[in-house]
Design a protein around this ligand. Structure first.
Ligand SMILES: CC(=O)N[C@H]1[C@@H](OP(=O)(O)OP(=O)(O)OC[C@H]2O[C@@H](n3ccc(=O)[nH]c3=O)[C@H](O)[C@@H]2O)O[C@H](CO)[C@@H](O)[C@@H]1O
Ligand SMILES: C=C(OP(=O)(O)O)C(=O)O
Length: 434
């Protein structure tokens, strides 16, 4: 377990070049299994989830050359081998489940390990995935240590499917299966997050026939084979928002490179609810504060200001903790509504150790009563990447030494995160503990 020691209270200043979005990089890595041609990826971040997937590739016998200095990955799945009875896939990360279509395409067999939950956000079912695999013709059997999938026929069968809700990884799994299936498949209620679109663009580059990117209806016409490609990852909107918020919460001036400000109007309005103005100019975004943070009062009398997170184009649920941190700091009350997860808000007790006041109304809703005097503290992060960051944000805004225990999940998604914050003037360090 790694902890973060934070000497807070310094207004952060400077410029940040964001890394690639973990949730685009991981499905793209899984998609490379669908081709027998070489693939070159640029901007691959040095994060633990990437390391785990590359380890799987090496164990399959693929050629993998990863240079984390330059972010260039060359991968070639040429002569591979996999035994669903003996080999195991990574756990404690959701993206493990997106290895399934590539393994089915190559070996006619795959596995889903018991723990593909990822961050402990509440129920994260695998049924929508299993249903997708079954619709494409896979047989699924529960074994003592996971699920084993087999495809009796040579190719997956195209189909039309309508999911219960817009799930990011289920959509990606559907597209991965459909890309090489026999015939044309359609998916209704498809997820449309920027990372889902980026993943589809990569597959198109390999030669996949996908229509409807960015909408809730995807149509995919299966092709016989996919080719190779060179692909560069876009900037991660999670990192952009996170560094802007770090600038705002510490009363500093942080600029982040942002090539896609068109994705930001709702995020800008969300920042504005805490008194933070986001300015996009010449490919950069900056957070401007006008004195201490203050929650914007709604015009409707006697209602709470609120932030609602749900599948895109709502505020992304993974960004909710970042805004909760702003809610603890800003004077006024805000209701945070996580419409997706039923177990992602149970960290109010950690906020109270800082003197922050947050009330868990029900499993989906939290109210912050911000602007209270805050003190440094030792807190413990749940296994949730963005909560570890939110706790770090609060700590960075308070003069004195705080400790964020179990901050390791940050390493799953954000490369050189502490180095990046320190480049803005922060005094933060990793310390390993038992
Ligand atoms: C590797 C990856 O890309 N992980 C992301 C992906 O996970 P992931 O694809 O696992 O998330 P899903 O969209 O499937 O949602 C997770 C869970 O939320 C519940 N659910 C979701 C949507 C909904 O409208 N109703 C509902 O009930 C279901 O229990 C579901 O199992 O998308 C999540 C939602 O943006 C993000 O938090 C994760 O970071
Ligand atoms: C929840 C996340 O990831 P995962 O789905 O892999 O747990 C995240 O990226 O914030």
């Amino acid at each position: 377990m790694s902890n973060l020691i934070v000497h807070g209270g310094t207004p952060l200043k400077g410029r940040i070049i964001p890394s690639a979005n973990k949730n685009a990089v991981l499905p793209v890595l899984c998609a490379t299994l669908l081709t027998r041609e070489p693939v070159r990826l640029r901007g691959v971040p040095e994060i633990t989830d990437v390391r785990k997937i590359l380890e799987v590739f090496r164990s399959l016998g693929s050629l993998v050359s990863m240079d984390y200095e330059t972010g260039v990955l060359d991968v070639h799945h040429k002569d591979t081998h996999f035994d669903a009875a003996k080999d195991r896939l990574p756990e404690e990360m959701r993206s493990s489940i997106m290895l399934v279509p590539g393994l089915l395409a190559r070996f006619g067999a795959a596995r889903i390990e018991d723990d593909v939950t990822g961050c402990t956000l509440g129920v994260r079912e695998i049924d929508p995935h299993v249903e997708v695999f079954q619709r494409f013709g896979a047989q699924v059997e529960r074994q003592s240590d996971g699920l084993v999938l087999q495809v009796p026929q040579a190719k997956l069968r195209a189909n039309n499917h309508w999911t219960d809700y817009a799930s990011v990884t289920t959509t990606e799994n559907f597209v991965l299966c459909a890309a090489l299936a026999e015939g044309r498949s359609t998916l209704m209620n498809a997820a449309s997050e920027p990372h889902v679109q980026e993943f589809c663009q990569f597959l198109q580059l390999l030669g996949a026939k996908i229509e409807g990117l960015g909408t809730s209806r995807l149509a995919i016409t299966g092709v016989d084979r996919l080719g190779g490609a060179e692909f560069s990852f876009a900037e991660d909107f999670h990192e952009i928002v996170t560094f802007l918020a770090l600038g705002a919460i510490t009363g500093g001036q942080v600029e982040v490179r942002n090539s896609t400000p068109e994705q930001f109007p709702l995020l800008d309005r969300t920042f504005a609810k805490f008194g933070v103005e986001i300015v996009h100019e010449n490919g950069w975004s900056r957070a401007v504060t006008h004195g201490p943070l203050k929650v914007k009062e709604p015009f409707t009398r006697n209602i709470l200001q609120k932030v609602e997170a749900a599948p895109w184009p709502y505020v992304p649920v993974d960004l909710l903790p970042i805004f909760v941190a702003l809610g603890i700091k800003a004077e006024g009350s805000v209701m945070f509504w996580n419409k997706i997860y039923d177990g992602a808000m149970g960290w109010t007790a950690e906020l109270s150790k800082f003197g922050g006041h947050a009330f868990l109304s029900d499993p989906h809703r939290m109210v912050t009563f911000g602007g209270k005097p805050l003190n440094p503290a030792e807190v413990e992060s749940p296994y949730i990447i963005r909560v570890a960051i939110a706790l770090l944000m609060v700590a960075a805004s308070i003069p004195g030494k705080s400790v964020i225990r179990n901050a390791t999940p940050i390493r799953r998604a954000h490369p050189h995160f502490v180095e990046n914050i320190c480049s803005l003037g922060a005094r933060i360090e990793w310390v390993d503990s038992e």
